[in-house]
Design a binder for this molecule. Structure first.
Ligand code: TRP
Length: 372
């Protein structure tokens, strides 16, 4: 696995091995309790271990408890339209931002998608704009959320990226990402762009500020390199909170944009959502109604239940559904109906927020002067 290529699929039991290989740490109960001291509650992505690993999250919390600030950074490669799976990491990032009330940088890597995919620049530009609206419709705080579009912030990004690039050799990039001589040189350079937001606020403010990056495990190579190189530039190693690949409708592999039935898109209408959930959602239920009544379902692997659990704000409701479904009192059909309702309610809220911020996107764009 590398950021640009996935061969095969990752199974649940592979994750601990991967993490060991990568040198990150599992988020254990002790760290969860530490985090809970600041957040008051734990997001379902933490309790379900969707976000399951970290690098130096403990250091961020330690420093924070001593009154030292940090900021959040995450991003998206605007390769196409967004589905629910794409949005999940942003839901989690927003939760962190709300709990800690910190600045957040969101990088849109239009340059990356041009370099690594076969998509015309105009199409990427259009996706970038649409994706930003999708992300912002989650309701991020305006004063503290700063969207960086690589091609539009090229001056400040480039001037910092070259500091990074000077310390990254082609042979390292080649080894880390499995690049070949026939790969374009842009790919060799790109990590230098993705690393910049991890030290950008420190660079602008002229003092070291910790950066915590929520990301999917497929992005780990970039940030491992950043952890090697940032100290050489005089900055902190970036900290990370790492997720598994987002669950797909069909239960295995990740949600993919190329197969329309493997994902729920943000612009799917209510009927389509219901149909996809009914027809394709991987079920933890039994084959027959009788068996289900007798043996109950396995909610933890059930796509419909998991989406319900992620999107339903009322935890007591979620707990009740969990035990109803697990015991067999609730059938898969009912579970799917509940889930589709929750998804539709969520999407409809998203759409109305999207409408209301449509003309205000500019005020979320990164502006150096706000940090000086
Ligand atoms: N490379 C990521 C992608 O293809 C986008 C990205 C940029 C990102 N910066 C990030 C993702 C920081 C997570 C964290 O989607």
């Amino acid at each position: 696995m590398n950021p640009w290529e996935m061969s095969g699929e990752i199974k649940e039991q592979d994750y601990p091995k991967l993490i060991k290989e990568f040198g990150a740490k599992i988020i254990d109960d002790k760290l969860l309790n530490e985090l809970k001291k600041f957040t008051g509650e734990l997001h379902p992505f933490l309790t379900t271990k969707l976000f399951f690993a970290h690098r130096d999250l403990d250091t961020v919390l330690d420093d924070y408890s001593k009154g030292k600030e940090f900021y959040l950074y995450t991003g998206r490669g605007p390769s196409g339209k967004m589905h629910l799976g794409h949005l999940l990491p942003f839901i989690f990032t927003k939760w962190l931002q709300d709990k800690f009330d910190v600045d957040l940088l969101i990088q849109m890597t239009d340059d990356e998608k041009y370099l690594v995919r076969d998509i015309p620049m105009e199409e990427i530009r259009k996706n970038t704009h649409e994706n930003i609206l999708d992300i912002l419709s989650l309701g991020f705080k305006k004063e503290k959320t700063h969207v960086i579009i690589d091609s539009e912030q090229s001056k400040i990004l480039y001037n910092n990226a070259i500091l990074f690039a000077k310390r990254l050799t082609a042979s390292t990039a080649k080894a880390v990402f499995g690049l070949k001589d026939s790969d374009n040189v842009g790919k060799y350079f790109f990590t230098s762009m993705q690393a910049v937001p991890a030290f950008l606020l420190s660079a602008i403010k002229g003092r070291n500020i910790r950066c915590l990056i929520p990301y999917g495990i497929d992005q780990d190579d970039h940030f491992k390199l950043a952890r090697d190189i940032l100290p050489k530039l005089g900055y902190y190693k970036p900290s990370a909170i790492i997720s598994k690949l987002m669950p797909s409708l069909q239960g295995s592999g990740k949600m993919s944009s190329s197969d329309p039935n493997s994902s729920i898109f943000l612009d799917d209408n209510e009927e389509t959502v219901r149909r996809k959930i009914n027809k394709y959602a991987f079920s933890g239920g039994r084959d027959t109604k009788e068996e289900q009544r007798k043996l109950g379902a396995n909610p933890d692997i059930d796509f419909a239940f998991n989406m319900y659990r992620f999107l339903e704000p009322d935890q007591t409701k979620v707990d009740k559904v969990y035990s109803e479904y697990k015991s067999g009192r609730m059938l898969s059909g009912e579970m799917k109906a509940l889930s589709a309702d929750a998804i539709n309610a969520f999407l409809s809220k998203l759409r109305s927020r999207r409408e209301s911020i449509k003309d205000d996107v500019d005020s979320y764009m990164f502006d150096v002067d706000r940090f000086k």
